[in-house]
Design a binder for this molecule. Structure first.
Ligand code: FAD
Length: 515
């Protein structure tokens, strides 16, 4: 075929004609404009509300074969310039699941299949669940808890898709102990950019398996994942301790992550103002004592460590003792320690409470100029100073999470990127989770916040601090090359092997579609 199309909308129409059995919701030319507007609008929207790239069509597959059919057709038709993005829950910040004038595959339309395999006594290996790539982590939790099991590694928020977080890493307070979610996967079913439907694992097709994990959607669409499970605790003892000294705060966090036999979860956050204590803290009793102390001191910024210990019914009596033993070794501000006991489900689902509260005040569906950085231990104090130079503690709206994870719990074969500098096993994840409240933050103010983030990223990724972005947003090849560092050549090789025409995940802005 020696002709080419310049208008990608025409390409999509052509594709619709060829792929007649796929269930597309076509964009502007459909017969029911209202329905279409809504449908294509959702595919051009994400949690960030900063980018709004409209696709030309949306595929709502009823089974993985339809995704296979689409990618087989596209990878075989050298005249088409159509790109394709899988969309999980659309909780990206910078349009990563969008496809301007391309096709968005809405993964939530796949049947939400979750099959639990509980390991029998004497059986080798571990319990696991086979889950559809578009299922949400909260659905997997609900289903696995019915038989007393649960995944080991989490994100803070559970309404994210399995395929979406496995394309990044999936980090939370359990990461120091079990590694990120991508370290807790046994097998994947993937439709590659070449249009092949492959089952892969560390043994069978390891190249594809490790490429896809942390692979930013570049190599294939995850249609199913086999996730490791463990016995779920019934309850969780959840502790918060306050600090007015950053060095002591990080020292205690590092002590906690060295106690993986006792501690099940470690996070922490900056207390910049009273709003920093809202949200998930509804589970905690009043912080009045701490707030009075805060007003009485000259310190602007405080820090809070969160840690948790699982309570299994048969060992319930010893949990308080374990918490006491751990707490004794910490150097928090005297008497500023608080604890609650909650069900395991409520603990894991804690951000949902915050979501509900923000939704009720109209503050959930707003722009989110978030910034996530992975900072080596050697640069964390400088990074904190850099952050505080760039934000104003009194007016900051949102949360700043800071907690350590351990490099040796990550598999370096995956596509995920960690800081390269230093020999530090300890790396801090710092998440600046800011909301741009439309009543107080105009579009100019949003642009200023994004500029501020840009300045922090630029300074933090220099060798002095040596940080890397997590959930990156970059637009130039030289920026991606710097981001991947020593992993760039391997990333390129993998791309040419599994998606040589650069069809997949254009919203990441790494590759241009080839003819
Ligand atoms: P989407 O935004 O839909 O997609 C993200 C990327 O993955 C896109 O490039 C997309 O094309 C690709 N993709 C999606 N599905 C598939 C698939 N099946 N196969 C291949 N590629 C696919 N992250 C953490 O690590 N820890 C946290 O604690 C955490 N908390 C969060 C809390 C909130 C409120 C929000 C909004 C985000 C949070 N995140 C966290 C970030 C989150 O993990 C990522 O944004 C993730 O991509 C969201 O998943 P999703 O299903 O919404 O992905």
């Amino acid at each position: 075929m020696g002709f080419s199309f310049f208008c990608s909308r025409i390409n999509v129409l052509l594709l619709l004609a060829f792929c007649s059995s796929c269930k597309f919701i076509q964009g502007p030319m459909d017969f029911e404009p209202l329905k279409i507007l809504q449908t294509t609008a959702s595919a051009s929207l994400d949690f960030g509300r900063i980018f709004f790239n409209s696709p030309s069509a949306v595929l709502r597959p009823q089974n993985p074969e339809e995704i296979y059919q689409l990618l087989t057709f596209l990878s075989a038709s050298s005249f088409s310039k159509v790109t394709v993005a899988a969309r999980g829950a659309g909780h990206s910040i910078h349009g990563q699941a969008q496809a301007l004038n391309g096709i968005v595959i809405e993964m939530d339309s796949l049947p939400p299949s979750i099959k639990i395999h509980r390991k029998r006594d004497g059986e080798p290996g571990l319990s696991y669940a086979d889950v559809s790539g578009g299922a949400l982590w909260v659905d997997l939790l609900r289903e696995s808890l019915k038989v007393g099991l649960a995944p080991r590694s989490w994100t803070d928020y559970l309404y994210l898709s399995i395929g979406g977080t496995l394309s990044n890493a999936g980090i939370s307070g359990q990461t120091f102990k079990y590694g990120p979610q991508i370290s807790n996967v046994l097998q994947l079913d993937v439709v590659t950019g070449r249009g092949e439907l492959v089952t892969c694992s560390p043994i069978q097709g390891p190249d594809l398996f490790y490429s896809v994990l942390g692979g930013l959607g570049q190599f294939g669409v995850i249609t199913s994942a086999r996730i490791l499970l463990q016995d779920a605790p019934e309850k969780v003892k959840w502790i918060r301790a306050f600090y007015d000294n950053f060095e002591i705060f990080t020292k205690d966090q590092e002590l906690l992550v060295s106690m993986e036999n006792k501690v099940d979860y470690v996070e922490g956050f900056m207390v910049l103002n009273e709003q920093s204590l809202q949200g998930s803290s509804v589970s905690f009793p009043s912080y009045m004592g701490f707030i009075q102390q805060r007003h009485a001191t000259s310190s602007d910024v405080f820090y809070c460590i969160e840690f948790a210990v699982h309570c299994h019914l048969e060992k319930e009596s010893s949990v308080d003792q374990v918490v006491e033993e751990i707490s004794k070794q910490l150097s928090y501000m005297p008497s500023f320690i608080y604890s609650v006991e909650v069900s395991y489900f409520d603990f894991l689902n804690r951000v949902r409470m915050e979501e509900m509260s923000l939704r009720s005040r109209g503050l959930w569906e707003v722009s989110h100029p978030w910034l996530n950085m992975l900072v080596p231990k050697s640069g964390i104090a400088q990074f904190r100073d850099l952050l505080l130079e760039n934000i104003s503690p009194h007016t900051f709206e949102g949360h700043i999470l800071i907690y350590p994870i351990l490099r040796n719990k990550w598999n370096s074969n995956t596509s995920a990127v960690l800081p390269e500098s230093g020999d530090d096993n300890v790396i801090y994840i710092v998440s600046v989770l800011r909301s741009a409240n439309p009543t107080t933050c105009s579009s100019k103010c949003l642009a200023d916040l994004l500029d501020q983030n840009g300045r922090v990223i630029e300074a933090a990724t220099e060798s002095r601090i040596g940080a890397k972005q997590y959930l990156c947003h970059l637009s130039l090849e030289r920026q991606w090359r710097k981001h991947f560092g020593g992993k760039w050549e391997r990333f390129l090789t993998r791309k040419s092997e599994f998606d040589p025409l650069h069809i997949l995940a254009p919203g990441q802005g790494i590759f241009q579609r080839k003819n």
